[in-house]
Design a protein around this ligand. Sequence first.
Ligand code: 8X3
Length: 254
Amino acid sequence: MKNKVVFITGASAGIGEACAEVFAKAGARLILMARRQEKLADVCERLFKQYGTEIYSITCDVRNFDDLEKYINALPEKWSTIDVLINNAGKAKGLSKIQDGELRHWEEMIDTNIKGLLYVSKLILPKMVQQGFGHVINIGSIAGREVYPSGNVYCGTKAAVAFISKGMVIDLNGTGVRVTNIEPGLVETEFAAVRFDGDFEKGRTVYQGYKPLEARDVAETALFCATRPQHVMIQDILITPTDQATVTMVNKKG
Ligand code: 8X3
C-alpha cells in the first residue's frame, strides 16, 4: 500500500475510521471524507502523529452530489489518482415494522447507503477506468443477504449495495478495476446507537452477551482484499462474529 491513495467515506468513526487506521499503518496516503469536521480532524491528527500519514480531508455529506462533485473534481494533482475507494458511509435508522416506519428514516438510509455510494462512485469510477486500475470496496452487510424482523428498508438498502456491487463487477469487466462487497454481521460501533437516534444505552445492548466483531476486523479484511495481486478480485465476503450463525441467530449468554 506504500504511497497508494485510498479514499474512504464515513471516515470519522466505526469501520471507516478503522479502515483509515489499518491503511495508514500499511503506508497508504488517505483521502478521508466525513460530515463531522471535528471528529475527522481528530482522526487525521492521530494518524499523522502515529504513522506520519499524509491525509487530504474533506468535510462533506455523501448525500450532497453538488458538494461531492465540487470537492472530488478539485482534488490536487497528487491526490487525483485514486487506487482504492472504500464506500463505507452508511447507517441504519429505526427498527420498526414496515407499517410503522418513519419516512425520514427511510429517506436517510436510502440517500446515504444507496444514493451516496452511487454519487461517490460516479465521480471516481471514470477516473479509475481511464487509469486502467483501481479498486472499489463497498461496505455492505449480512442484512443485504438476509432480512430480519423490522430490518425492512435497511436490509433493502444493503441488498441494493450487493446488486450494485455485482453490477459494477460486470460493467467494469475488462477495465482492470476491481470491486469487492464486504458484508459484515454484528460489528460493535456507534451503528446501533445511531439506529436508535443516539440512544447509546440501548445501542450497547445489541452487542452484549457475546463477542461481536470489532471495526478493525472488517478493516483488516478490506486491507487483505486490497493487497491481493492485480489478477485477483475478491468479489464478496461475509464476515460475522463466531457467535453469529445467521442474521438473527446469535449465541447470546445471559
Ligand atoms: C449491520 C448488521 O445485523 O445489525 O449491517 O443489520 S445488522
